[in-house]
Design a protein around this ligand. Structure first.
Ligand code: CA
Length: 230
C-alpha cells in the first residue's frame, strides 16, 4: 500500500527503537509520541492512518486515549500491552481498539497485525460490498445465505450464521466475548463463555476440516475469537 502514516504512542525507548527501525525499513511513515497528551496532539495534527498504542503511559491511561479517539475517528488502533494487564486489554478491545500485541512481541507479529489493518482500510475505502467470500475451501455467499465446504453445502443455525458473519466482517482481528454477545445476541454484558464455546465448536465442526486444529476460527484465550484472514 505504501505511504501509510503510523502514530506510535509509547514511552518505552527500547520498544520505540525496535519498532521505528523495523517499520521505517518497511517504508512506513512514523510519528512517535512518548506521552499520552503528546500522542493526542499528534493524532489531531498529523492525520495518521494507524495508531499503535501502549496502555501504560506516564500521564494518561491508554484506555482514556481510546475513548477520546473513538469519539472522533475510526482509525485502526493496535494495542501494545504487558501480559499482566489482561483486563485492560479486553477493556481496550471492547472500547473499540482493533487488535493487540502482548509484550514481548516479535516484529513479525506486529507487522502482520499492521497488514491486517491496511487491508481493513482498503476495504473501507473501496466501498464495494462483498457478497461472496471465498476462503480456501470455504465459501460464504451472503446473498443466497449459502455456505459450502469443499463445494458441499453446510447448514448453519441462525445464530451460527450471525456468528460467522461477525467474525468474517472482522476477519484478521480479534472479536471479544462481549462484542460477540452484543452483536449476535444483543446483550449489553458478556454472557457465559462456556455457552459461547458450545456455539463455536458446533460452527467449527461444520466449517473446519479438523476442528481440533481450526483453520478459520481461532481462539484467543481469555479474550475472544479471530477469523484467520489468510
Ligand atoms: Ca509503557
Amino acid at each position: 500500500m505504501g505511504d501509510i502514516k503510523i502514530l506510535i504512542i509509547e514511552d518505552d525507548n527500547k520498544i520505540i527503537n525496535f519498532m521505528t527501525m523495523a517499520l521505517k525499513a518497511k517504508g512506513y511513515k512514523l510519528i512517535v509520541s512518548r506521552s499520552g497528551n503528546e500522542g493526542i496532539l499528534s493524532f489531531c495534527t498529523e492525520n495518521p492512518q494507524i495508531l499503535i498504542l501502549d496502555l501504560g503511559l506516564p500521564d494518561i491511561d491508554g484506555i482514556e486515549i481510546i475513548r477520546q479517539v473513538r469519539k472522533v475517528s475510526e482509525i485502526p488502533i493496535i494495542i501494545v500491552s504487558a501480559r499482566e494487564n489482561e483486563k485492560d486489554k479486553i477493556e481496550a478491545l471492547d472500547l473499540g481498539a482493533n487488535d493487540y500485541v502482548t509484550k514481548p512481541f516479535s516484529m513479525g507479529e506486529l507487522l502482520a497485525r499492521i497488514r491486517v489493518m491496511e487491508r481493513f482500510i482498503e476495504r473501507k475505502n473501496s466501498q464495494v460490498q462483498e457478497t461472496v467470500y471465498i476462503f480456501d475451501y470455504l465459501t460464504v455467499d451472503t446473498e443466497k445465505h449459502r455456505i459450502t465446504v469443499d463445494e458441499k453445502e453446510v447448514h448453519l443455525t441462525p445464530i451460527e450464521y450471525k456468528l460467522l458473519l461477525l467474525l468474517i466482517a472482522n476477519r484478521g482481528k480479534v472479536v471479544t466475548h462481549s462484542q460477540i454477545y452484543k452483536e449476535v445476541w444483543g446483550y449489553t454484558e458478556a454472557g457465559d463463555q462456556q455457552n459461547l464455546r458450545v456455539f463455536m465448536s458446533s460452527l467449527r465442526r461444520k466449517l473446519e476440516k479438523d476442528s481440533n486444529y481450526p483453520r478459520f476460527i481461532l481462539t484467543e484465550i481469555g479474550v475472544g475469537y479471530r477469523f484467520a484472514y489468510e
